[in-house]
Design a protein around this ligand. Sequence first.
Ligand SMILES: O=C(CO)[C@@H](O)[C@H](O)COP(=O)(O)O
Ligand SMILES: [Fe+2]
Length: 225
Amino acid sequence: MAAPMIAPSILSADFARLGEEAEAVAGSDWLHVDVMDAHFVPNLTLGLPVVQSLLKATDIPLDCHLMIEDPARWAPPYAEAGAYNVTFHAEATDDPIAVAKDIRAAGARAGLSVKPGTPIEPYLEILREFDTLLVMSVEPGFGGQSFMPEVLSKARAVRKLVDAGELTLVVEIDGGINTDTIEQAAEAGIDCFVAGSAVYGTADPAAAVRALRAKAAGASKHLSL
Ligand SMILES: O=C(CO)[C@@H](O)[C@H](O)COP(=O)(O)O
Ligand SMILES: [Fe+2]
């Protein structure tokens, strides 16, 4: 496995100072941007205009997590705008392959996300159409919730396929990641760790990113390369 990646989630940042908040975590691998539409999830955050502004404000690759209905319509514009990774939910569409193809054609990596209660088995066959799998370890909608370790069996199943060379994708986890929970996720074979409150809820977000990276690296160093 490569070195662990950390993706601070701006959901826990100050929305009036997003450029500075991105600057505060310079050196992070991805900047995680939670797009919520108040339909797919019971919360409303930000959309394409804010992502377009963030793209001008930071060099950190944007990892857009779309918690929205109708990703076939709304996801490709994020890729066209220049987002690095565009992830939508398996539960939000009947044709995830078509959405992934459109995202890739527009120049971004395509990501598939599954809620905690969604099994991974029905999607294993189509994961070759994706560059990222985002395993939700809380119910999507809000930051600051508790980590659900039971979702790690999904990460382990996909890690096995990646290590066997059957899939090439980044396995990412999102929800409740902090210095107490990141090691168990790393041991399950996670490549990329989203953290919102554990980064922006602290006085020194850059130090929080370093602490998370160190813990994940320590826990995953025994895993196969
Ligand atoms: O997608 C989501 C929530 O739906 C996340 O990206 C949260 O922003 C993670 O926040 P923490 O659980 O790390 O506080
Ligand atoms: Fe997210």
